[in-house]
Write a protein that binds this ligand. Structure first.
Ligand code: NAD
Ligand code: TYD
Length: 366
């Protein structure tokens, strides 16, 4: 087991990062270190999601035992990143920060190249420089990636850790580039890295541009439910806390230089998933399911829309003893409950710059 003391979490104000920080500080007694959250607070980042953590573990807590530090900045800013390595004597990096939405990458790829490629490079190079004369046995750079780097599957087969990369969208191409850089830094410079490729996450704090939260909110607001193409594209869904428990397992026990696939073994056609979600939301929010189903509209397909993703995650189960704990039904229920209970969070994140962007690009349908 690695001792992780000063952990730099990038993108900790985004969906998966927020859940990760909550889990590590509130529900992981084995973790006794500090978290330094470096986030640029783009449209997808929301510092308010960590207000409780700030209060309990931040600098302002009354006991003077701070374990959580928020640093507002950009992962592409080399000198700022270097300052953080020194200031907190960083021994572990968990790199979540990214531009993460495929549709946005189609409309504006440049930000994806900057953050996902150049940002990852900047972090890797800063870690290499800071750790170069020290014992790397107690250092780790864990890179969070996606199954989308593997491309698109036909009706059968699964992505394994040895599947050749075949990214199709600017988003997945930028993530594939970052994965290659991470491995190159290991092979060339001996940087202690691990990498994980996960399937589609869902759960609390997800920005309402991704399928599940977008559909929940549109149902609650009586808006159309836009299904791309024929609705038969398939994704594998994993509850965000199960993803994060896998990340934690890799951080503690993963072999450096290795990559691990993470998935829910839970494939759904989009239209069938939507039907299930309509059932849950209608019941909880007392809506008429027939009327909600009537709001489904088939819209123009996403360009280059990958048909099917499916993950073989037997390696992480076998080698690190990880397993999922949340069934899809239970996870969807928790997620819907969370969005019903957190209207202030939703109002906050949908205001300002994000709303203007949605108006410009989608005519306000977000
Ligand atoms: P997100 O879009 O919700 O959050 C991204 C966070 O990164 C935000 O807080 C944002 O402010 C921050 N950020 C963006 N650019 C930055 C920059 N240049 N400098 C500093 N911070 C910056 O993303 P997410 O869904 O939480 O995804 C996190 C990671 O997990 C990403 O690397 C993504 O590729 C990967 N991933 C996501 C999924 C999924 O289903 N959401 C699945 C597999 C892998
Ligand atoms: P998304 O949540 O954007 O994740 P990803 O594209 O990274 O898998 O989309 C999940 C699936 O849902 C994908 O096949 C595209 C589809 N989709 C729709 O049909 N309608 C929508 O409004 C959105 C956002 C996605």
């Amino acid at each position: 087991m690695r001792t992780l003391s000063n952990v730099l979490v990038t993108g900790g104000a985004g969906f998966i990062g927020v859940n990760f920080i909550h889990t590590l500080l509130n529900r992981t007694p084995a973790f006794t270190g500090r978290i330094i959250n470096l986030d640029a607070l783009t449209y997808a980042g929301n510092a308010a999601s960590l207000a409780d953590i700030e209060k309990q573990f931040g600098n302002s807590n009354t006991t003077g035992t701070a374990r959580y530090f928020f640093e507002h900045g950009n992962i592409c800013d080399r000198s700022f990143v270097e300052t953080l390595f020194k200031k907190y004597d960083i021994d572990t990096v968990v790199h979540f920060a990214a531009e993460s939405h495929v549709d946005r990458s189609i409309l504006g790829p440049e930000a994806f190249i900057k953050t996902n490629v150049m940002g990852t490079f900047t972090l890797l190079d800063a870690a290499r420089a800071y750790w170069q004369n020290s014992n790397t046995a107690d250092k780790l750079f864990h890179h969070i990636s996606t199954d989308e780097v593997y491309g698109s599957l036909g009706e059968t087969g699964y992505f394994t850790e040895t599947t050749a990369y075949d990214p199709r969208s600017p988003y997945s191409a930028s993530k594939a580039s970052s994965d290659h850089l991470v491995m190159a830094y290991h092979h060339t410079y001996g940087l202690p890295v691990t990498l994980s490729n996960c399937s589609n996450n869902y759960g609390p704090f997800q920005f309402p541009e991704k399928l599940i939260p977008l559909m929940i909110l549109n149902m609650l607001e009586g808006k159309p439910l836009p299904v791309y193409g024929d609705g038969k594209n398939i994704r594998d869904w994993v509850y965000v806390e199960d993803h994060n428990s896998a990340v934690w397992a890799v951080m503690q026990k993963g072999v450096t230089g290795e990559k691990y696939n993470i998935g829910g073994e839970n494939e759904w056609e989009n239209i069938k998933l939507l039907d299930t979600l309509i059932g849950i939301v209608s019941e909880k929010a007392r809506l008429d399911p027939v009327k909600v189903r009537g709001a489904i509209i088939y819209v123009k397909d996403r360009p280059g829309h990958d048909r099917r993703y499916a993950i073989d995650c037997s390696k992480i189960k076998r080698e690190l003893g990880w397993q999922r704990e949340v069934s899809f039904e239970a996870g969807l229920e928790k997620t819907v409950d969370w969005y019903l209970a957190n209207t202030a969070w939703i109002d906050g994140i949908r205001s300002g710059e994000y709303q203007k962007w949605v108006e410009r690009n989608y005519g306000g349908r977000g």
